[in-house]
Design a protein around this ligand. Structure first.
Ligand code: HEM
Length: 738
């Protein structure tokens, strides 16, 4: 008799103690639907806080003064270089923002992801753990009134300012994440993250690149923006640590381009950033301890234990390269470019063995030791710095900046502002007194409203006018959904506000072809009513959903919040909007014809990714898809597994879950399927992976079963309307918190 005791005497194995191997180790191809539910309110101890209100209580000048005071007050456990923590804080802020990539909008400074693995423990983030720990007393004093994400960027700005650099502006408003981000794809390589390795060892980069530097087909896998796993951008020693500045320039252009930076911005950022501070390479990497995520308990979340001397100060080891770029590492001046162009440079090695460059000319200026009074060292450049001199386009920009320090200063201040604010989304999210008044193209600006939002009567009249067009519920719903579905919660871009569906490049996307005549008709309605096109398109969707629900016997009111405005073509940066074009969109059953040539990622994985970027839960994803199918929402107008298009029914779920039906691959790759009648053998339907996944995947199937079961239709209609409204409102930071 166990008498309620555990049969193992209380010493259970497994459970919270271990998670390896994970489900994904066992079944590598499985769709990780559960990633939709990471970092929900359950993980957030501040979920009941209104961050904007809390931030508004801060006296920003006083906070900045406190930060600036701290920057020049060294503490013994991590003494500052040159008596100034500024440079290491600039690097921390740059690395927090520098993970951003435009392809999927993930990464960036927006959530302080640098606090969590894997980013916290990337070799490239060496000693940023110290920078954040140094800031903790200030964070502690301000608590929930300033997020880590905001504090890190603000500290970067304060650092620049105390060293004489005029920053362009600062906006608060970044909400912290509360757990590691397991959803972002950082690349295919499995490198040993548990032990530090030197860049020299980290040459395993071929899986993310096609070709070699200099080849015409040299390209980096999407959506990646780093040349190597666990780097922010490029290897400072050149691709594969080969010390080749020309090849390094190729990598810099590709990776900074993926961060949405052009050549001038790239030069401004690198030359501007490296005007400050130094690189640390006193100790061989194999002597350095584990990164934070793997460090021993007593290290209390700090990693990279350095056994040499004090392990800090003059003995600091971070990246492996040693030295400073300038003779004035805590002053904003043009000495970085003067040194780069004023001297010939030759390859040498740091004490840690890393490849770097030293002036050939023994008479070149020397740079003071960061800790030892009276000691001086030769200047240093990295291969990635020499790249700016070797590449003809970068070189020309450098020479312009060399001759015009003010132009360089302005370019760096604007690029730094863009770097650190790029992923914040609409300016409605920007908080605080230092937000610049001007609109910048990368902010996807919207015009100020010229009239008050439509009142209730006007909305009713507009809805009637939409119905009077005679457009089908299917076309109206498809168009409204198409206008909103571009939203991505990663960098808060896209969405229905602005009506950019009607502008290049969106109006020209194949997936939006169906919307063109509908937009034209709705534009006439909007003009007639004095409403914005953006509002009219969204209201058209509400009308369609209400009518489809009524046709299924359900009276519902779909929420509609007016107040959207119409952007102009001039306010729409076509090349950066092109990144929002879908390779595949399961909601609209669209797959780019050459998808398999472009990416190894399956359509259903891209579908999951889109659901994730829309911020949907699994039930919302399932309900939304079922409703769009009921509304005939396939991009090409093809049948949607229902004979009652325009009726908000659960037919889609009933069909994909039916054991009486038999599916057959129509092509070798399994992109399209036929549904055959078992008795007659005749094909009755055709469908795609975007459809079948709701019957094939266990988690999606479990949800679909709810909607297909007795009593499920009413729940489905309710859930669909809520999910629909969530997507329509996703970008409305002008009226909602977040
Ligand atoms: C330091 C690489 C771009 C700001 C460093 C270090 C490396 C590096 C290896 C030395 C880290 C250490 O050992 O302490 C690169 C590469 C870049 C790049 C390869 C791109 C090609 C930037 C940018 C900025 C920046 C865009 C800011 C706008 C800094 C600062 C330091 C630094 C301020 C000095 C940190 C300190 O003194 O502790 N960089 N960097 N870097 N980087 Fe960069």
């Amino acid at each position: 008799v166990l008498e309620g005791k555990c049969p193992f005497g209380g010493n259970t194995l497994g459970g919270a103690q271990t998670s390896a191997p994970t489900l994904s180790d066992w079944y590598p191809q499985r769709l990780r639907v559960e990633q939709l539910h990471r970092d929900g309110a359950a993980a957030n101890p501040l979920s009941d806080e209104d961050y904007a209100a809390a931030f508004a209580t801060i006296d920003l000048p006083a906070l900045k003064a406190e930060i600036k005071q701290f920057l020049t007050t060294s503490v013994p456990w991590w003494p500052s270089d040159y008596g100034n923590y500024g440079p290491q804080m600039i690097r921390m802020a740059w690395h927090s923002a520098g993970t951003y990539r435009i392809a999927d909008g993930r990464g960036g400074a927006g959530q302080a992801m640098q606090r969590f693995a894997p980013i916290s423990s990337w070799w490239d983030n060496g000693n940023t753990d110290k920078s954040r720990r140094l800031l903790w007393p200030i964070k502690q004093r301000y608590g929930a009134a300033i997020s880590w994400a905001d504090l890190m960027v603000l500290t970067g700005n304060c650092a620049l300012e105390i060293m004489g650099f005029p920053t362009y502006g600062f906006a608060g408003g970044r909400r912290d994440a509360w757990e590691a981000d397991d959803a972002t794809y950082w690349g295919p390589e499995h490198i040993d993250m548990t032990a530090p390795s030197s860049y020299d060892d980290m040459v395993n980069r071929d899986q993310r690149w096609t070709g070699k530097p200099g080849d015409a087909d040299y390209e980096l896998q999407q959506p990646l923006a780093a040349s190597h796993q666990a780097l922010i951008y490029v290897n400072p020693e050149g691709p594969e640590a080969n010390g080749d500045p020309a090849a390094s320039a190729v990598d810099i252009r590709i990776t900074f381009g993926r961060m949405a930076m052009d050549d001038e911005e790239t030069v401004a950022l690198i030359a501007g950033g490296h005007a400050f501070g130094k690189s640390h390479g006193q100790v061989a990497a194999d002597r350095i301890g584990a990164p934070p995520e793997n460090a021993p308990m007593e290290a209390m979340g700090l990693g990279w234990h350095n056994p040499q001397g004090a392990g800090n100060g003059a003995d600091t080891m971070t990246n492996g390269i040693e030295g400073s770029w300038t003779q004035t590492p805590t002053t904003w001046d043009n000495t970085y470019l003067e040194n780069l162009f004023g001297h010939e440079w030759e390859q040498t090695r740091s004490p840690a063995g890393a490849l770097q460059w030293t002036p050939v000319d023994p008479g070149a200026p020397r740079t003071p030791d960061a800790h030892l009074p009276g000691v001086e060292h030769p200047l240093m450049m990295m291969t990635s710095d020499i790249a700016l001199k070797v590449d003809p386009v970068y070189r020309e920009i450098c020479q312009r900046f060399l001759a015009d320090f003010d132009a360089f200063t302005l370019a760096f201040s604007k690029a730094w502002y863009k770097l650190t604010h790029r992923d914040m989304g609409p300016k409605a999210r920007y908080l605080g007194p230092e937000v610049p008044a001007d609109d910048l193209p990368w902010q996807d600006p919207l015009p100020a409203p010229t009239a008050a939002p439509l009142g209730a009567d006007a909305v009713t009249r507009l809805a009637q006018a939409i119905r009077d067009t005679g457009l089908s519920t299917s076309d109206l719903a498809y168009t409204a959904f198409s206008s909103a579905v571009t939203y991505r919660d990663s960098d808060k871009r896209g969405g229905a506000n602005g009506a950019r569906l009607a502008l290049a490049p969106q109006k020209d996307w194949v997936v939006n072809r169906r919307t063109v005549p509908v937009v034209a008709a709705l534009r006439a309605v909007a003009e007639q009513a004095g409403a914005s096109l953006a509002d009219t398109i969204v209201l058209a969707g509400c009308v369609a959903v209400e009518d489809a629900a009524r046709a299924a016997g359900h009276e519902v009111q779909v929420p509609f919040t007016p107040g959207r405005v119409d952007a102009t073509q001039e306010q729409t940066d076509v090349p950066t909007f092109e990144w929002l074009a879908p390779l595949a969109d399961g909601f609209r059953n669209y797959t780019q014809p050459d998808l398999t040539e472009v990416t190894p990622v399956s359509p259903e994985q891209l579908f999951l990714d889109k659901a994730d970027l829309l911020g949907l839960t699994a039930p919302e994803w399932v309900a939304l898809t079922g409703g769009l199918r009921a509304l005939g929402g396939n991009h090409d107008g093809s049948p949607t597994l229902t004979d009652r298009v325009g009726v908000l029914s659960t037919d889609f779920f009933t069909t994909v879950l039916s054991p009486d039906l038999q599916w057959r691959k129509l092509d070798e790759a399994g992109t399209r399927f036929a549904l055959d009648d078992r008795d007659s053998g005749e094909q009755v339907h055709a469908a795609t992976r975007h459809d079948l996944v709701f019957g094939a995947n266990a988690q999606l199937r479990a949800v679909a079963e709810v909607y297909a079961s007795r009593g499920g239709e009413a729940r489905f209609v309710r859930d669909f309307v809520a999910a629909w409204d969530k997507v329509m409102m996703a970008d409305r930071y002008d009226v909602r918190a977040g």
